[in-house]
Design a protein around this ligand. Structure first.
Ligand code: BYC
Length: 474
């Protein structure tokens, strides 16, 4: 399973043995590089960046660090090794050998899943392309670029599947992945969160904490797929995803730590006074949290979804930790609780478990995401600051699924439009919140220096010191 770096496209799938596929991917490669040039990190062509590149897919090989110019990053195709005699673990085909080729009757759904997953990867690079101009430190700038190149590689992962297994329409989908643009009204990215702006670093850290975590849960579900090449490629992607969530959790944590430090030192808790010290007040951080959490809730799809039921019964997309679940892994007779608006109340009703799989994954996500928010609260407790972040109710501010028809507050109460309008600026970032956060953003790139509004990290990258020169601007 070693990666062949001698090839134009580094890979561990013996690409050289399949000339047709190799040629097709080599034709897509320049289009990808053009897209990277146009939509990737702005103005960075010449930088030498201390990046991690996978040189093997085992635990020793996937993290090799060196200085690289981003356009020369070796994006390639890396799959986890095949498990001998792997079986389909769930759905109507449970127990049958995992598919090594696309099952004809499930082709359209499988392609749709792969395209939807693939579309998020370039979208996030587009959303983050301007952030380099306002990096709070060289350390953070390097982390941003690491996230960006890996999202680029995740696009390669999905494009490989499209080219290798879906023939002409796969190639067309691969082209379309480079044509849609985040936020473009005429040709937007597929899922809502990927058309939102990521205008500042607080938004970036919240995005990598919450939205990349959706990536983790969706990839874990696809890693259970009966279509073995999808399972193997998503398993390898998950090793990279962990770093993105680390960037988010530690980034938000360092912003909170800096604010808490000022609040404790100056003995202040008035947001205006806190802002006067050039740090971000906690209610503003909470509003950003509410926004990114709710936008990410929508990424799990409708609460009751026949698509989700089909993806599962046909063996294409499993549950988070499918094999650990103690049940029949078919779910044809099971139920799962979902929320419904009845009059002016949210009520819990039972839905067929198969149709409620989006909701179940959303609940798995909420447990994981809430645990990290509690870790942020411990930073405040340590400084003796009396404030606690809370994740909103899952029905708050929804735009997808039946809950989107009602206005629902942070605590999960159905409210009137008037009550929503009267409070929305306390719940979601207002124009003036965003303008304040934007006013703090300025480029700090001297090694070891950090913007005033964020604490330094406890340690540097790959055991190097915090003040290491992680990027040479040339
Ligand atoms: N925005 O039946 P439903 C990541 C559409 S993140 C807009 O519930 P389904 C990453 C839906 O398409 C992980 N539209 O849909 C993170 C459907 O449309 P049609 C990405 C939406 O299929 C950070 C209709 O609404 N991976 O990797 O059950 C950086 C009815 O919905 C949205 C995946 O998502 C939305 N949010 O569920 C970089 C995995 N949600 O058919 C990367 C693959 C739903 O009526 N995707 N719609 O026209 C899936 O598993 C499913 O497509 C979804 C949607 C769970 C997303």
């Amino acid at each position: 399973m070693n990666i062949d770096y001698g090839e134009k496209i580094p890979n561990n799938v013996n690409l050289a043995d399949n000339r047709v596929l190799q040629r097709a991917l080599e034709q897509w490669q320049p289009a990808f590089l053009e897209w990277w040039d146009e939509m990737g990190p702005d103005g960075t062509r010449n930088y030498d960046i201390y990046l991690r590149t996978a040189v093997g897919v085992d635990h020793k090989g996937w993290a090799h660090f060196d200085f690289v110019k981003m356009p020369e990053y070796r994006w390639g195709i890396f799959l986890n090794p095949a498990e001998p005699d792997r079986r389909i673990n769930f759905g109507a085909h449970k127990g049958e050998p995992a598919w090594q080729e696309v099952p004809g009757e499930h082709r359209a759904n499988l392609r749709r899943l792969i395209v939807t997953q693939g579309d998020t990867e370039p979208a996030s690079v587009e959303q983050q392309r301007h952030l380099g101009r306002t990096a709070p430190s060289l350390y953070d700038l390097r982390n941003l670029f690491q996230v960006n190149v890996e999202e680029g590689r995740h696009l390669w992962a999905m494009v490989y599947l499209l080219h290798a297994y879906f023939g002409r329409d796969g190639r067309e989908e691969a082209e379309a992945l480079l044509e849609r643009r985040s936020g473009d009204p005429d040709n937007p990215r597929i899922l809502g969160a990927f058309n939102e702006r990521t205008p500042d670093w607080l938004a970036f850290f919240m995005f990598t904490y919450f939205t990349d975590r959706d990536g983790k849960f969706q990839l874990c579900s696809l890693a259970e797929s009966g279509f073995d090449p999808l399972a193997r490629t998503t398993r390898f992607m998950l090793t990279e995803e962990a770093h993105h969530m680390f960037v988010g959790e530690s980034g938000v944590g360092r912003i909170i730590a800096r604010t808490a430090e000022i609040m404790a030192r100056e003995r202040i808790d008035d947001p205006a006074a806190i802002r006067g010290h050039g740090v971000i007040d906690l209610p503003t951080i909470q509003r950003y949290l509410n926004f990114h959490f709710s936008v990410t809730m929508d990424l799990f799809g409708a609460d009751v979804s026949s698509n989700a039921a089909t993806f599962y019964s046909t063996g294409l997309k499993g549950r988070f930790e499918e094999t650990k679940a103690v049940d029949d892994h078919r779910l044809t007779d099971a139920a799962y609780p979902v929320l419904e608006v009845q009059g002016d109340r949210l009520v819990t009703v039972d839905a067929p478990a198969l149709n409620a799989l989006n909701e179940r994954l959303r609940d798995d996500f909420i447990r994981d995401a809430t645990a990290g928010v509690e870790r942020w609260n411990r930073i405040l407790q340590k400084q003796g600051v009396a404030f606690a972040f809370k994740v909103p109710h899952k029905a708050f501010n929804r735009r997808i699924g039946p809950l989107s028809a009602a206005k629902i507050d942070l605590g999960g109460h159905v409210i009137t439009d008037a009550a929503w309008n009267a409070n929305v600026e306390r719940w979601l970032p207002s124009e003036s919140d965003r303008a304040f956060v934007a006013s703090l953003m300025g480029r700090v790139v001297e090694p070891g220096k950090f913007a005033n509004w964020i604490a330094p990290p406890p340690r540097g990258i790959n055991n190097l010191p915090i003040d290491h020169e992680y990027i040479r601007f040339n």
